[in-house]
Design a protein around this ligand. Structure first.
Ligand SMILES: Nc1ncnc2c1ncn2[C@@H]1O[C@H](COP(=O)(O)OP(=O)(O)OP(=O)(O)O)[C@@H](O)[C@H]1O
Ligand SMILES: O=P(O)(O)OC[C@H]1O[C@H](OP(=O)(O)OP(=O)(O)O)[C@H](O)[C@@H]1O
Ligand SMILES: O=C(O)c1cccnc1
Ligand SMILES: [Mg+2]
Length: 543
């Protein structure tokens, strides 16, 4: 397996003035038309400078917990937000507006915008703002679509990765999804945010370079198929670990003879060729012809000879069939030969498995028992087949210091009005117990106080908590310019994410019917919501 960890990180805060979105498509025009039509109406009404507050949050998730991801890209987007002359010329064809509106757009910037966000890699729960965006109404409105686009998939795929991590425990997880991802950006984002969510490496070379992710991979079936027999090998020799050139192919053929294997000759030639190129990274795909009848025996022959030459073979990859059965059978044969030859190092080789793996197959494999050490996962990871989109929304909660609410028949679609703060309250055992939303103007909750936490909508649901620790969740990340520190190396975010996961109580983490984590509001905010709710809903007259 080839692994490259010598990548650079582009997260140095010294380069704030050079901040640019990673994807060239991310700019002020990457938005929905309706943001611009609304902006025009605000401008016509002279309301574009009204002071607005928007919350970006999600309402429900399958996991009862998500990871916030892509905050760095939000900052990068804000750092370059402007309409270019060519954007303006294009927009003149799209919306009928007065010339002065386009002059206003031309000079628009986000210098008056303030953004608070939860730290990238945090576990976040429904209704808690991932971002709180404050500033002039029109420009805050214009940010909606792009911020949602940046956060939704990144957070979803990071969460999906964390679920795969939960399913396999400490085993290695490789991301193989580039070929199946939704376009180039989908592939790049998947590699980046699945690493954040707990994968160990990616096969995506560009993502490895740009985001400093360990790069890892094996080979495809085509490589095996191109060989017919050992006569195609350009040399029969190999340098041993002491740099002495020695006959290798003959030794492999003799080993095969001695062990009594009758295997596919082309496959054997392919494995020898791979070993000659990567003698210390020998991990080969064994299912091209017959996993147990040919692939595994061929691997064993070459691996034994590599050991003889002073190298440590890495292992095999299974890519079809019953992965539980095949991994156990392969391990058994490897152990048998290890005992037979007295080569105990052979027993240390790893078994990798791939082929349409998803959360359900991983959990089932755990139940059945298996000998797999490394899982390579592509399609189901990057496409998030279990929940293909995260439903973060961006809602107005305050205008000119006046609270705003969105009323809905569906109680889960009510918005929580006002500019708010969010706190995570921890209990005696050290686990987070609830997230508490308060009015921004309220005093912060204090450790040791008895705090009444109310369900935002259901009157009878409430609890008292005496927190042993309180973490404010929203930190200022943009104040007309980036607020330091807001950019962290991906590896640091990954560690943080791991730590966040381990802090969650077991019953919140389990796959089947997890206990919902409580997101509450203070008594003051509760009263506020319910008063506003009644005020904004007309009383129907029955006739
Ligand atoms: N022990 C197992 N328990 C549950 N699911 C498994 C197990 N082993 C493999 N799988 C899954 O079963 C599916 C098998 O795929 P499929 O029916 O296409 O056969 P295949 O092995 O890929 O055959 P092919 O030789 O055509 O590639 C894959 O999604 C794989 O992840
Ligand atoms: O199955 P995934 O989770 O997407 O993982 C990546 C897959 O991509 C590769 O083969 P590919 O699917 O291109 O061809 P194959 O299935 O015929 O081997 C690899 O062999 C895996 O099977
Ligand atoms: O390196 C691999 O084994 C690999 C990479 C991408 C997709 N499937 C497998
Ligand atoms: Mg496949």
């Amino acid at each position: 397996m080839n692994t490259n960890q010598d990548s650079f990180s582009n997260c140095n805060p010294k380069f704030f003035h050079e901040l640019k979105p990673t994807n060239h498509f991310v700019n002020a025009l990457l938005t929905d038309l309706y943001q611009l039509t609304m902006a025009y109406c605000y401008w016509k009404q002279g309301r574009h400078e009204d002071q607005a507050v928007f919350d970006l949050f999600f309402r429900k998730c399958p996991f009862d917990g998500e990871f916030a991801a892509s905050l760095e890209e939000c900052v990068r987007f804000l750092a370059t937000f402007q309409f270019t002359e060519s954007d303006i010329q294009f927009l003149k064809n799209v919306i009928q507006a007065e010339e002065e509106f386009f002059d206003w757009l031309r000079n628009l910037d986000v210098s008056q915008v303030v953004v608070y966000g939860v730290v990238e890699g945090s576990v976040v729960f429904p209704l808690v703002p991932l971002l709180r965006v404050e500033g002039p109404l029109a420009v805050c409105q214009l940010l909606e679509t792009t911020l949602l686009n940046l956060i939704n998939y990144a957070s979803l795929v990071a969460t999906n990765a964390a679920r795969f991590r939960l399913a396999v425990g400490e085993k290695s997880l490789l991301e193989f999804g580039l070929r199946r991802a939704q376009g180039a950006d989908g592939g790049m984002s998947a590699s980046r945010y699945t690493y954040l969510g707990g994968f160990d490496a990616t096969s995506n070379v560009l993502a490895s370079k740009l985001f400093a992710i360990p790069c890892s991979g094996t080979h495809a079936h085509s490589f095996v198929q191109t060989f017919s027999d050992c006569s195609q090998l350009i040399t029969t020799k190999l340098l041993d670990s002491n740099r002495n050139e020695r006959e290798f192919v003959q030794l492999v053929l003799e080993t095969r003879e001695k062990l009594g294997y009758s295997t596919n000759q082309g496959e054997l030639a392919a494995f020898i060729s791979y070993a000659q190129c990567f003698p210390d990274k020998f991990l080969v795909l064994v299912d091209t012809y017959d996993t147990l009848g040919s692939g595994v025996p061929n691997f064993i022959c070459v691996a034994l000879c590599l050991l003889e030459f002073g190298y440590k073979p890495l292992g095999i990859r299974l890519d079809s069939g019953d992965l539980s059965y095949l991994s156990k059978a392969a391990r058994k044969e490897i152990s048998r030969i290890s005992r037979l030859t007295g080569k105990s190092e052979l027993n240390q080789v790893k078994i990798a498995a791939s082929n349409d793996l998803n959360e359900a197959t991983l959990l089932s494999l755990q139940q059945q028992g298996h000998e797999i050490d490394i899982f390579g996962i592509g399609t189901h990871l990057v496409t998030c087949q279990q929940q293909p989109a995260l439903g973060c929304v961006y809602k107005l909660v305050e205008i000119n210091r006046q609270p705003r609410i969105k009323v809905s028949e569906d109680i889960s679609k009510l918005t929580i009005p006002c500019s708010k703060n969010a706190y995570r309250l921890y209990g005696k055992e050290g686990y987070p117990l609830v997230d508490l939303l308060t009015l921004e103007t309220e005093e912060a909750p204090k450790v040791g106080d008895k705090i009444l936490c109310r369900h935002p909508y259901v009157e009878r649901k409430r609890c008292l908590i005496v927190p042993t620790r309180i973490e404010p969740l929203l930190k200022m990340i943009w104040n007309g310019k980036p607020v330091e520190p807001c950019l962290y190396p991906l590896s640091q975010l990954r560690e943080f994410c791991k730590q966040e996961m381990s802090c969650l109580r077991e019953d919140h983490r389990r796959f089947l019917n997890p206990t919902p984590y409580k997101v509450s509001v203070s008594q003051t905010l509760f009263d506020f919501i319910h008063r506003l709710w009644l005020e904004e809903t007309p009383i129907p007259e029955l006739i």
